[in-house]
Design a binder for this molecule. Structure first.
Ligand SMILES: Cc1cc2nc3c(=O)[nH]c(=O)nc-3n(C[C@H](O)[C@H](O)[C@H](O)COP(=O)(O)OP(=O)(O)OC[C@H]3O[C@@H](n4cnc5c(N)ncnc54)[C@H](O)[C@@H]3O)c2cc1C
Length: 576
């Protein structure tokens, strides 16, 4: 027998999107149960947020929502759902003001004005940094701006009586009569599977970035929401797209990137000062050098930061880095370069949603990083934090409103039994193979065959290897509920990795953060379309959908695309 819990709205995930959805759903009169992998308030990537972006904090200064949207859409290679991108840009200011009302503050200049700056991916000064209020909580990782968001949202969720089940993980979504009606979840503390029956369900589970390693992303992001949505037949979009960062350490303006021939190689990629460039062109340049055999010790480049010491006003974090390197590693950055390599960052593909955050399966919503389509194939720094609050609020509202019209849900007990049996079948406490053994193999495969710049041969090999790993994966050792959760993750990672390889093979071009060595150009004739991944009768069926170019069209776009120097960044001629 299993325990059953009933709720109007089930929210899976306790980062920015899940919390904002919970607040809104409560405000619309719904009972809310939030299931969180890891500890409530100490899981997910929202804690890592550094910078955010919005138009008009200190007046417009020539900036407009439309120019911000053009940055967003062009940066993502025009694959964004432009209706969603417009919502993001238009609604961000209200959500920022709300966070401030709820206790967060802005990082300010000495005169009290809001400190604003322009990050390389934006044409205008619109980046800002949040800081926590006086009575902030203690977190085990992350950075103050992310803590500020979490503080504000958790205060609101708690004051509204959201039921939180932490250390509890989604196993499967349950469907009846074509609708999602709840989920099976694993309570890791008790090693027990529960059923949550829900009138509507919101996925807010973050990304599948842990198909890669090393990655910047929190260990909780293993594509569980993506995989569960896929298994109930929801469309996923853009699973081939994932961002990387160029370096494993921060670097100040003026840093020279050196290859094994001691060549300062960025200028040959059109990059003068790396701080003026977004992640994508930098990562491309670094990995191209390494891929062509000019890396140090195989897969690293050296960062020479000596010129930074001649500048005044070095950033505070740089002084911390200098201290850390000197004290811990005996490296004097004044005279010695430091080894660095790209890291996987946030994966971009996700559950396809509409403006109400509805997935293609009734009863199932998605918000935050698990939802795809808002940006296209890359995202400029700052808006990824804001998707959580903008679309979290929308998901909470529409899920609660729909729940009001539903009297009762009925769970299909055969489906529950099947879910429990399949989950139980993944583990054996005497098995010799641990979940971490398989995860290591998955990461080694993506590292070898799908890292930054891809090609046909590597992708084909990688796909075969992932399928082989799946075929060879038997029961995994689990001694308790937490290990069991790790074993379930393995299967979600295998699915996410497989879709990533399939989509990457399919897309024969380069666009946004997606680079193919054998197809280096952006092909708007054949590939100005999103790849949809859906399961039909147990098999993957790919679909294709061209974005509606409502506001911004590459045919008439006159600005810089992600490969080109920031100085040439223009505007989108198509939009008015
Ligand atoms: C190192 C780093 C730095 C970043 N810096 C910035 C920045 O400066 N600016 C910016 O805009 N964006 C930044 N981002 C991106 C941004 O942090 C994320 O896009 C955003 O916070 C995602 O929020 P979310 O609520 O969708 O997911 P998350 O905050 O990641 O939350 C996901 C939640 O889902 C839970 N979960 C996962 N699987 C399950 C399951 N099976 N069952 C139950 N719960 C589950 C997790 O435990 C977690 O609670 C950064 C990301 C990283 C990794």
């Amino acid at each position: 027998m299993h325990e059953t819990i009933s709720t109007d709205v089930l929210i899976i995930g306790g980062g920015g999107a899940g919390l904002r959805a919970a607040v809104e759903a409560r405000d619309h009169g719904a009972s809310v149960t939030m299931v969180v992998k890891g500890k409530y308030g100490n899981s997910g990537c929202t804690l890592n947020v550094g910078t955010s972006a919005v138009v008009g904090l200190n007046g417009q200064n020539g900036d407009t929502n439309m120019s911000s949207m053009r940055d967003l859409v062009s940066f993502g290679g025009f694959l964004a759902d432009q209706k969603l991108a417009k919502i993001l840009v238009d609604e961000t200011m209200d959500r920022v003001q709300e966070l401030i009302e709820w206790g967060a503050d802005f990082q300010r200049e000495d005169d009290g004005s809001i400190a604003l700056y322009r990050s390389a991916a934006h044409t205008h000064v619109r980046n800002f940094t949040l800081k926590p209020g006086e009575n902030g909580r203690q977190y085990t990782y992350g950075a103050p701006p992310g803590w500020a968001m979490m503080d504000a949202l958790m205060d609101q969720a708690e004051s509204r009586g959201v039921t939180v089940m932490d250390d509890t993980v989604l196993i499967d979504l349950l469907k009846n009569d074509g609708r999602v009606v709840g989920a099976t979840v694993l309570d890791c503390r008790r090693s027990a599977i529960l059923v949550v029956e829900a009138k509507t369900t919101i996925l807010a589970t973050g990304t599948y970035s842990h198909i890669f390693g090393p990655t910047t992303v929190s260990p909780f992001e293993t594509g569980d929401g993506h995989a569960a949505a896929y298994r109930v037949g929801a469309d996923l979009t853009g699973m081939e797209a994932s961002q990387f960062v160029a370096t494993s350490v921060g670097f100040p303006p003026g840093t020279r990137f050196l290859n094994s021939e001691n060549e300062d190689f960025l200028p040959k990629y059109g990059i003068d000062d790396p701080r003026n460039f977004a992640k994508e062109p930098l990562t491309y340049a670094v990995w191209k050098e390494i891929k062509e055999g000019r890396g140090f010790k195989g897969d690293k480049v050296m960062l020479d930061m000596s010129a930074a010491f001649e500048r005044k006003n070095m950033p505070w974090w740089f002084m911390d880095l200098v201290k850390e390197q000197t004290e811990k590693r005996g490296i004097d950055l004044r005279h010695e370069p430091i080894a660095s390599e790209p890291r996987a960052h946030t994966a971009i593909g996700g559950v396809a949603i509409n403006e109400k955050c509805e997935s293609t399966v009734p009863g199932l919503y998605a918000a935050g990083a698990v939802a795809g389509g808002v940006y296209g194939h890359a995202r400029p720094e700052g808006y990824t934090s804001m998707i959580t609050v903008v679309f979290g609020k929308r998901a909470g509202r529409y899920a609660a409103e729909e729940a009001k019209g539903i009297a009762d849900v009925s769970i299909d007990s055969a489906q529950v039994r099947a879910s429990i049996a399949a989950a139980t079948d993944t583990i054996d406490n005497s098995a010799s193979v641990k979940p971490s053994d398989i995860k290591r193999k998955i990461k080694a495969t993506t590292r070898r065959y799908a890292w930054v710049i891809k090609d046909e041969e590597g992708l084909s090999n990688g796909l075969s290897r992932i399928r082989q790993i799946r075929a060879e994966t038997g029961k995994l050792r689990a001694r308790g509920g937490y290990d069991w959760a790790r074993a379930l993750e393995v299967h979600n990672l295998l699915l996410s990795a497989e879709l990533h390889f399939i989509g990457s093979l399919e897309r024969k071009e380069s666009r946004g953060a997606f680079f193919r060595d054998d197809y280096p150009d952006t092909d708007n004739v054949n590939w100005l379309k999103n790849i949809l991944f859906r399961q039909v009768d147990g098999e993957l069926a790919l679909g294709y959908e061209a974005p509606d170019l409502l506001y911004c069209d590459p045919a008439t776009y006159e600005g810089r695309l992600q490969y080109q120097p920031i100085a040439n960044y223009g505007t989108c001629a198509a939009a008015t």
